[in-house]
Write a protein that binds this ligand. Structure first.
Ligand SMILES: [Zn+2]
Length: 313
């Protein structure tokens, strides 16, 4: 490990959606390893947040999409446009995009877009701009720079077993996934990044989930979603809406239980659905987790190059 070697988590956005209930950006995170970075989800505000964090497309290795709810992929098209080619320090060599395929459980699933069609349709929708900038500004052809990989479900993930499986590997990171429980959305993934400096796990959107405990086991950082059901009840949201929140998301006490069972060092609550104060989120998670809890806000940095995952900004 050289002196500048490091791994860092940057919380680009921490809000659930698609709804704006505060100042936080929508869900997006960056894993920065030795100056190269990997993005997890592309929620509202991630383009500007990534730029403000000093991240440029030229250093992006790959993006990982947990699931196809719009609050996780809404700014993917803009991210691609704003990080493309030398004039904006954007990518000029291929980048990977890993995400769910079509939903095999949905009655019209084959007619609905998976990650590949999401990207293909984006390229088609912006074809005028994409073509003009190739000839007018000497940008590379976008279509040749996106290596879209729909995540293949291994046999073990389809039955009762749901063991972590490797979806990506290079000399800096190994990325593993499990299926999580975010009905009716399928597939929905959690991701774990292992690096020379430690590991971090991202829950994606999920109810309290045993597979996630397996994936997160021993992680330095677990970025876990949380929902405040009491907020939605108090605000008079419909029973249907509240039931969706209950069945497909996790209360902060549940995030704490997962973190405790997985033996993680540091629980970072993110994708915060419903309004509560940071103290309220934290106290509720601490009722079931003995380790460090941070209630994330957009633009925070967590370093893994020390033994404890300290907040550095
Ligand atoms: Zn979702």
């Amino acid at each position: 490990m050289n002196i500048s070697s490091s791994t860092e988590l940057i919380t680009l956005g921490t809000a659930a959606g698609p709804a704006i209930r505060g100042k936080e950006n929508g869900m997006a995170s960056a894993v920065v390893v030795d100056g190269k970075h990997y993005l997890v989800d592309f929620g509202l505000g991630c383009v500007r947040a990534a730029h403000q964090a000093g991240l440029r497309g030229q250093d992006l290795v790959a993006g990982f999409i947990t699931h196809l709810h719009s609050d996780h992929v809404g700014e993917l098209p803009a991210y691609l446009m704003w990080n493309w080619g030398a004039p904006v320090d954007g990518f000029t060599t291929p980048v990977g995009l890993y995400g769910p395929g079509k939903d095999p459980n949905h009655v019209r699933g084959q007619q609905l877009a998976g990650t590949r069609e999401l990207v293909d349709h984006t390229l088609k929708a912006f074809s005028y701009d994409l073509d003009i900038r190739v000839t007018d500004e000497a940008r590379p052809v976008m279509n040749t720079l996106l290596d879209v990989q729909e995540i293949t479900l291994p046999a073990a993930a389809e039955g009762s077993g749901n063991r972590p499986f490797i979806i990506y590997e290079d000399d800096r990171v190994t990325v593993r996934a499990v299926l999580v429980e975010h009905p009716p959305v399928f597939p929905a993934f959690a991701f774990r990044f292992d690096t020379a400096h430690g590991s971090m796990t991202f829950s994606g959107d999920t109810a309290e989930c045993d597979a996630l405990i397996e994936l997160a086991r021993g992680s330095d950082i677990l970025v876990h979603e949380a929902v405040n059901l009491e907020f939605f009840t108090a605000m008079g949201f419909s029973p249907t809406f509240i039931n969706h929140q209950r069945e497909s998301h996790t209360p902060p006490e549940g995030a704490g239980r997962v973190a405790q069972a997985a033996g993680v060092k540091h629980l970072v609550l993110s994708h915060l659905a419903g309004v509560a104060t940071p103290e309220e989120w934290k106290q509720r998670a601490e009722t079931s987790f003995a380790g460090q809890v941070t209630v994330a806000s957009s633009g925070q940095r967590f370093a893994l190059n020390t033994l404890a995952a300290d907040v550095v900004g």
